[in-house]
Design a protein around this ligand. Structure first.
Ligand code: ADP
Ligand code: ADP
Ligand code: MG
Length: 446
């Protein structure tokens, strides 16, 4: 096992990873930007290093600065968390060059699977059904030709996309050119790669993903699904497991497909395989995330496994001591993301000093956050304030538990989305489980 790990992230996920390390007896190094001097992850870690100014490009995405902090402190491994450098193949490669373990798959796997178009090809060849669509379309003319075959509506998607960026919906041929140029431009700015492909737009559709855990010995374990269809602008707001719409038979088929996908690429580490499920209950591979997922606690509740610890052990070359037949999925878990955004005002981001904080408790209630009383939420980063997660024997009880926990949660000083989550939990389409990815749009329209 590693003796010291550097956490190349901030916020709730940095705190989550530091806690796992402490419980495993591993020393921790936090890195922080000048705007994050007073952040919780800095005070919880054994050591901390300032890696640059507030802007992520200058700090949390500053590879030389992070690597030199690791070398200087003698960290043997780097945990990238999610977002930021977590799916950056170049960073994983630089870690290897510096003889530091990157906690995730190797650079080659990250780049093969991070290219969403190439990943779909690999999965198709492995016999996994994929969302119908085109190869990379180099220009508008090629896009028009491909669109004729796919039909409208369709999506333009950036092959390097992530976090909902680089995606545009196209309803008619006239919309294609501006959408293609906008996607390409957005992806070029965000990821340095403007290449795009087209995909048939499935509507109505559910986003259901499978959590997998693999080691360096070709062991693949699937930890069940998460239903993530409550989204806004292609970003998840609420997740639950199990998904209420899928039968045990369908779950078994999706788990098989996920395991097949993992074996096909000789996957190592923790990963998520995202599928779309249409109204005829056909499922299609959409993309794979080669990192810890924001919503991983949902799976931790239903499996009883600490995913961060197993991810770290896998990176340290420890073989998984359990197999698929040992996995039991128990009860029902729900996560609500609490974002510093104003739902009444176009989800405008909010920042400021936390003047009052009360975190709900009780059995099987978890709030993952980096907030504390008097902390000032800086304006530079992700709007996630915390994740409220509950677990209960049935979905009905989990919904009630979540409502009680949300009612108890107090975060004053910034505008946030807890009341919106409460409304979602009372919506008939949510309650009967029939909801699809257009849930928020439909609510908006009403
Ligand atoms: P998930 O399925 O885990 O939610 P996403 O693709 O939505 O995955 O991205 C993971 C998280 O990381 C999101 O909360 C997103 O806002 C955040 N994120 C992605 N890229 C960045 C970045 N460059 N800087 C800060 N946060 C980021
Ligand atoms: P990202 O890499 O940004 O996470 P994804 O490819 O996972 O992008 O897509 C994000 C979301 O967009 C999905 O969760 C889903 O709601 C929606 N989406 C993506 N592809 C399709 C599609 N072909 N048809 C309908 N909705 C889609
Ligand atoms: Mg995705």
């Amino acid at each position: 096992m590693f003796s010291k790990i550097l956490i190349a992230n901030r916020g709730e996920i940095a705190v989550r990873i530091i806690r796992a390390c402490k419980e495993m007896g591993v020393a921790t190094v936090a890195v922080f930007s000048e705007a994050d001097r007073d952040a919780l992850h800095v005070s919880l870690a054994d050591e901390s290093v300032c890696i640059g100014p507030a802007r992520v490009q200058d700090s949390y995405l500053n590879m030389p600065s992070i690597l030199s902090a690791a070398v200087k402190t003698g960290a043997q491994a780097i945990h990238p968390g999610y977002g930021l450098l977590s799916e950056n193949a170049r960073f994983a490669e630089l870690c290897e060059k510096c003889h530091i373990h990157f906690i995730g798959p190797d650079a080659k796997l990250i780049s093969e699977l991070g290219d969403k178009d190439a990943a779909k090809r690999t999965m198709r060849e492995a016999g996994v059904p994929v969302v119908p669509g085109s190869e990379i379309v180099p220009d508008v003319e090629a896009a028009k030709k491909a669109a004729k075959e796919i039909g409208f509506p369709l999506l333009v998607k950036a092959r390097a996309g992530g976090g909902g960026r680089g995606i545009r919906l196209v309803n008619t041929e006239a919309e294609l050119e501006p959408a293609f140029l906008a996607s390409s431009k957005e992806a070029e700015a965000a990821f340095g790669d403007g290449a795009c492909y087209l995909e048939k737009y499935l509507d109505p559709v559910k986003h259901i993903e499978m959590q997998i855990l693999c080691d360096n010995f070709d062991n693949v374990v699937c930890l069940g699904e998460r239903e993530c269809s409550i989204q806004r602008k292609h970003q998840k707001l609420l997740e639950e497991s199990p998904a209420c719409c899928i039968t045990p038979e369908m779950r078994a088929r999706m788990m098989d497909a996920a395991a097949k996908a993992a074996h096909a690429v000789h996957y190592r580490s923790l990963g998520t395989i995202e599928f779309l499920v249409d109204s005829d209950r056909n499922f299609y591979f959409m993309e794979m995330n080669t990192r810890l997922q924001v919503e991983h606690p949902v799976t931790e509740f239903v499996t009883g496994l600490d995913l961060v610890k197993w991810q770290i052990r896998a990176a340290a070359g420890i073989e998984l001591p359990f197999h698929q037949e040992d996995i039991r999925l128990n009860g029902h878990a729900i996560e609500c993301r609490i974002n510093a955004e104003d739902p009444e005002n176009h989800f405008m981001p909010s920042c400021g000093r936390i003047s009052l904080l009360h975190i709900p408790g009780g059995p099987w209630v978890r709030f993952d956050t980096a907030l504390y009383q008097d902390y000032s939420v800086p304006p530079y980063y992700d709007s996630l304030l915390g994740k409220l997660i509950v677990h209960a024997p049935t979905r009905e009880e989990a919904v009630r538990k979540m409502k009680a926990a949300l009612a108890e949660l107090v975060i004053e000083g910034v505008t946030h989305t807890a009341d919106l989550q409460m409304d979602i939990l009372s919506d008939p389409d949510f309650l009967d489980g029939s909801y699809t990815t257009d849930f928020m749009e439909k609510r908006g329209a009403e």
